[in-house]
Design a protein around this ligand. Structure first.
Ligand code: PEP
Ligand code: MG
Length: 574
């Protein structure tokens, strides 16, 4: 029997199933007598205290094992002690005379529904936290003891309808060979944690819980996206081999993570990192990269209900700068709008948000927010090699205006005698075709630029980058993309200014050959692409790269170019 699922954390596992069915409350709409309300109040308060104690214990455990995960339980503490939620529960008990358990269930469900209807994926995923806290409170209310995945004693494949963040965080990674759940997707908490633990995970595997038997031998193929049950010895043998081969290929690829990215002819290429925050997980790749080519600072603003103030931002930028020392960290100023919205900021509803008030345009409207970020970045600039990059620059006026706001901030800091690096490098993202065509003038005005191929492709092809209906028109390998990028590369070479690529194409080993042929020597990518990119770099020379570029310049269509790049790539490794 084969069940398809979403492979959110790649890998293959063969092992016995551990069916995890945690406490599931069944709550009726029970009323109590008025005189019982006081006792329910008291019991509720005691339950909240006990739940708080459990969360503190989990936080301590996480602080010892994986500090980054402590935040999950801190967030649960906030939900547990949220005054509005507690008031609503007590009101249902005291005024409407509902039983405590019904009041808890009702109020938490209200918030779960509210968050589940939000447009923002991140907000929707908060439902899992509400559910987690609700279940914890109800379990204690009903006298149940704490159960979690740390109880697994032999290495197993964990099956669950869904996993709460606390389940996943508490699991012992040596005992969990893989995770299979019936719901969840690529951006859910469980997926993020599974990836950071490097545990293969297949989510959204509909019907798996009813079909699987505890202790049964199962196969999880979290590469192709299949769960295989009732498998015979032949399947098990085949997948065990596949698993070994996959592990070998990952180990082999990982070896390239720490090699020097030097081409066959001795040319050194810079391989940098795209980050969205400064958690230990994100910064781990600092050990084998040349700096940060893109720090998407908006992620800092997307996680909280309030805007991070100057000091909070300063601490984060300082940590990034200090981690990389003399290596450059390019901090991109707030790129909000388009698909990225903020809970902490009221943004206008727009018909075409990708063509609307996005990134720098929004910063010009909300100058205070912009200035706070610029001040924090300037202050952090003395702690390392920090550079600033403006996104969505469409004209020279945009650039001049951004620079003049920056100058105001510098002036303020000088007046306040706050130190900052007067020579901090300033650059822009090239992601609007209009500014790409102005590359010559831009290059004279900036210290560096980075090509955002994700948006450049969207705006050049007139294709919404998120709309699956037109996905086939979103052609990274379109000849016009290479033509335009080449034009920008030539302009920056002439001006002797650094040009990098930090969109998804920056981590694409195939496209890399053509870009190096254009004279680009710096690429920024997510940590997972570093090994493959370095492997590619070490396998060819500039002459070969120029040959690849000249060859694809003769082709007319994206599929032809893709095919040709693939052929070149394959030849290099044989
Ligand atoms: C890009 O557009 O290529 C880019 C790197 O920025 P983002 O993906 O954050 O829009
Ligand atoms: Mg962009």
């Amino acid at each position: 029997m084969i069940f398809p699922g979403i492979p959110v954390s790649k890998g293959i596992a063969v092992g016995t199933a551990f069916v995890y069915a945690p406490f599931k409350p069944r709550i009726g709409e029970n009323l109590i007598r008025a005189e019982e309300a006081a006792a329910h109040n008291e019991r509720f308060n005691a339950v909240v205290i006990k739940a708080g104690d459990e969360l503190v214990a989990l936080q301590k455990k996480m602080a010892r094992e994986d500090e980054d995960k402590v935040g999950i339980f801190e967030a649960h503490q906030d939900l547990l002690t949220d005054i509005a939620i507690i008031d609503e529960i007590l009101q249902l008990i005291n005024e409407e005379h509902y039983s405590g358990e019904y009041a808890i269930e009702t109020v938490y469900n209200k918030y779960i529904k509210l968050f589940s209807e939000m447009d923002d994926d991140l907000m929707r995923e908060r439902c899992a936290d509400f559910n987690d806290v609700k279940t914890r409170i109800l379990r204690i209310w009903m006298g149940g003891s704490q159960k979690n995945l740390s109880e697994i004693d032999v290495p197993s494949i964990v099956f669950a309808h869904d996993l709460f963040p606390s389940d996943t965080a508490a699991l012992d990674r040596k005992k969990v060979l893989a995770i299979v759940t019936e719901i969840g997707g690529n951006t859910s908490h469980s997926a993020i944690l599974a990836r950071s633990f490097e545990i293969p995970a297949l989510l959204g595997c509909n019907g798996a819980m009813t079909a699987v038997k505890n202790g049964e031998m199962v196969i999880v193929d979290a590469i192709e996206g299949n769960l295989i049950l009732e498998s015979g010895p032949e399947d098990i043998g085949r997948y065990s081999e596949k698993q070994k081969a996959y592990t070998r290929s990952i180990e082999e690829m990982k070896r390239y993570r720490s090699v020097e990215p030097v081409m066959k002819d001795g040319r050194r290429i810079e391989v940098c990192l795209n980050i969205g925050g400064v958690s230990n997980d994100e910064l781990a790749a600092s050990l084998f990269t040349d700096g940060v080519g893109l720090f998407r600072s908006e992620f800092l603003f997307m996680s909280g209900k309030e805007l991070p103030d100057e000091n909070q931002q300063f601490q984060v930028y300082k940590k990034a700068a200090e981690t990389f020392g003399t290596r450059q960290v390019i901090l991109r100023t707030l790129d909000i709008g388009g698909d990225k919205t903020l809970e902490c900021m009221d943004l206008p509803e727009e018909d075409n948000p990708f063509l609307g008030c996005r990134a720098l345009r929004l910063c010009f409207q909300k100058v205070d927010v912009f200035k706070t970020q610029l001040r924090a970045s300037l202050r952090a600039s003395v702690y390392g090699n920090l550079a600033l990059m403006f996104p969505m620059v469409g004209s020279m006026e945009d650039l001049y205006k951004a620079k003049s706001v920056l100058e105001e901030c510098r002036e303020e800091l000088r007046r306040e005698h706050i130190p900052f690096n007067e020579t901090m490098h300033i650059g822009i993202m090239i992601e609007i075709p209009a500014i790409a065509f102005m590359a010559e003038r831009v290059a004279a005005e900036v210290d560096f630029a980075s090509i955002g191929t994700n948006d450049l492709c969207q705006y050049l092809m007139a294709v919404d980058r998120l709309n699956p209906n037109v996905a086939s028109y979103y052609q990274n390998y379109h000849p016009a993309m290479f033509g335009l990028i080449n034009l920008v590369a030539k302009a920056f070479l002439r001006e002797n200014k650094t040009l990098s690529i930090c969109g998804e194409m920056g981590g694409d080993p195939m496209a890399l050959m053509a870009f190096i042929g254009m004279g680009i020597k710096k690429f920024s990518m997510s940590a997972s692409n570093v090994a493959a990119v370095k492997r590619m770099i070490t396998h060819f020379s500039l002459d070969e790269a120029v040959h690849v570029l000249e060859d694809i310049q003769r082709l007319d269509t994206a599929p032809e170019i893709e095919e040709r790049l693939k052929d070149f790539g394959e030849k290099l490794y044989t």
